[in-house]
Design a protein around this ligand. Structure first.
Ligand code: FE2
Length: 371
């Protein structure tokens, strides 16, 4: 089948990330945090000054990454209620599509709940089409068809560039995968949802024998588009001796939601050094992890000492290896965090690191009294 035929028969065959929108309590301050700590630049703004009455939004960019930080200007609307219930969190994982109406029809045909019917948004720069469906919890997916739109981002936004000087700038490239935490026993249903609604297939799954420590456990499956451009792992808690990190998330987020976004970099050592210099906090890794590392992953390009100093994790599969590290939660509640990842051939999700990682998360849970 040619790519063009494929695109017609499956409107979600050729997709990419468009933007991720966070609902936050104070978008101005959140924007400053993501700029100063993670090296984003502010590119555009929407708010009362641009004709948007009820909210403010800041568009931040870094290479192919596009984050929108939105806060309400009133005490009781959808945004304010979202923040009251969930704390700062991810609202919309927006997907760039070639035909928003066709994508929407397919999603709704597959059983997705409608949030916004296909809507044309227009200004002097042209038009774009947006349609939105619900996914787990209060999280949504917008389908964005840019349709030759030449403006800075979307109608309602004006260019508002601002940068912060960094001694060493992190180099974050694009989203590798975006993970959802769902409730007990709900993982399979949400995996099926991405099969029906997006035409995704399962890339890999992990059961609680793969992902467990002495205390806590979880199960996970990874759904992907045909081109492996957009990957959605889904986690559910599993029974352990103590409370799992997924349960802790569900308690603090008050339901299902985005747990982490993995962000790709081409130079993880320089990027993590820069992020640490900017004050970003990462999960620690026990020193013993590095004693065994060489034996476990074989020859790699990076100096073991550098990885040990920065606490970067490494895992290998038959295609190559990958390096990864996880931040601590990005807001007051122990909910959303980032993974920074560099792939050197490997398409894996770091199964070999799960144990070391979980021990580290449990140490943090212990401090919060939630283990
Ligand atoms: Fe991940």
């Amino acid at each position: 089948m040619s790519t063009a035929t494929e695109a017609r028969s499956n409107p979600l065959a050729q997709i990419d990330w468009d933007y991720v929108e966070f609902y936050v309590g104070n978008a101005k301050q959140a924007a400053h945090y993501y700029m100063s700590a993670f090296g984003f630049d502010q590119v555009a703004y929407a708010g009362p000054e641009t004709g948007v009455r009820d909210r403010v939004s800041y568009l931040l960019e870094q290479n192919k990454l596009r984050f929108v930080l939105t806060a309400s200007l009133s005490p009781d609307d959808e945004i304010a209620r979202h923040v009251a219930l969930h704390g700062d969190g991810v609202k919309d994982i927006a997907i760039l599509v070639q035909d928003a109406r066709a994508a929407f029809e397919m999603a709704v045909g597959g059983g997705a709940r409608v949030v916004l019917e296909p809507t044309v948004l227009e200004d002097a720069n042209g038009r774009l089409i947006k349609a939105t469906i619900a996914t787990y919890g209060d999280t949504v997916h917008s389908f964005i068809e840019r349709d030759g739109y030449t403006g800075i981002f979307a109608p309602g936004f004006v260019e508002a560039r601002k940068s912060i000087a960094h001694a060493a700038k992190p180099a974050l490239q694009f989203i590798d995968h975006c993970v959802g935490n769902v409730g007990w026993g709900e993982m399979d249903a949400w995996g099926d949802f991405y099969g029906r609604v997006f035409g995704f297939s399962q890339l890999v799954s992990f059961d609680d024998k793969d992902i467990s420590t002495e205390y806590t456990a979880l199960r996970s499956k990874v759904m992907t588009d045909p081109r492996h451009q957009v990957k959605f792992p889904i986690n559910e808690p599993a029974q352990g001796k103590k409370k799992s990190q997924i349960e802790e998330y569900l308690d603090f987020y008050h339901g299902a939601g985005v747990q982490h976004m993995a962000i790709r970099t081409d130079d993880i050592a320089a990027t993590i050094a820069a992020l640490k210099a900017n004050g970003v906090e990462f999960l620690d890794t026990p020193d013993s992890y590095y004693d065994m590392l060489q034996e476990r992953v074989g020859k790699i390009d990076e100096a073991l000492e550098t990885l040990r100093d920065l606490r970067i994790l490494v895992d290998r599969d038959d295609l190559g290896y990958m390096l990864q590290i996880f931040t601590k939660p990005l807001q007051d509640r122990p909910t959303v965090f980032f993974e920074i990842i560099q792939r050197k051939g490997s398409l894996s999700f770091g199964k070999g690191n799960f144990k070391a990682l979980f021990v580290s998360i449990e140490q943090e849970q212990e401090k919060r009294g939630t283990l």
